[in-house]
Design a protein around this ligand. Structure first.
Ligand SMILES: [Zn+2]
Length: 192
């Protein structure tokens, strides 16, 4: 594995650091335990977009209210807050043999202290690495496209994909029978 250069490092408290690498990938890691959360640029964007949501649940949990939150941020990664534990969990989840999502050992649990420092670090990250702000979220033309995207649909199953294919085929068939062939030709012309 070729290690890319770190272009920005921010202390998140204790042994936790945020690193941005020269390829615009973001890492939140513990320098001692080596536990780590990893964000390609588009995942970072999605994560930053839900900071306020996550924070709402952190505020509830920190005053002793019961809350349970989990949000997909891309790939197999999820952010969760559970008032049973005083942390923000950024972690890979996997599907077990029954199709139930479960947290893996890969990821990092940030204390609320780390979390506050991370929130403050985000502006600094975006000031210094504007490319991370400019990046766009995934865009998909069709449902099939979306289902084949590993970032958006990491747990897709062949069955689901076949269902969508069948539905799309039926839809096309309906268009074909609804319209005469000349109408289809006109419709195609209009589309160009
Ligand atoms: Zn996608």
């Amino acid at each position: 594995m070729v290690l890319s250069k770190i272009v920005l490092a921010i202390d998140l408290g204790g042994t936790r650091h945020l690193h941005v690498h020269e390829d615009n990938e973001v890492f939140i890691k513990d320098l001692v335990s080596m536990k780590c959360a990893f964000f390609p640029a588009s995942r970072w964007k999605r994560f930053v977009g839900i900071i306020a949501d996550i924070d709402k649940h952190v505020q509830l949990a920190s005053v002793g209210k019961t809350t349970k939150y989990r949000e997909h941020i891309g790939g197999m990664w999820h952010v969760s807050v559970d008032s049973m534990y005083p942390n923000v969990n950024i972690r890979r989840w996997y599907e077990d043999s029954m199709g139930i999502l479960k947290p893996s050992r890969v990821g990092i649990a940030l204390s609320f202290w780390n979390w506050d420092k991370l929130k403050n670090a985000i502006d600094k990250v975006h000031d210094q690495i504007p490319a991370l702000v400019a990046i766009s979220l995934c865009w998909h033309d069709s449902q099939l496209d979306l289902m084949f995207c590993d970032e958006c649909s990491p747990y897709h199953k062949m069955d689901d994909i076949n269902d969508v294919k069948a539905a799309e085929a039926t839809e096309n068939l309906m268009i074909d029978t609804e319209l005469g062939s000349s109408d289809i030709l006109n419709k195609r012309r209009k589309m160009h």
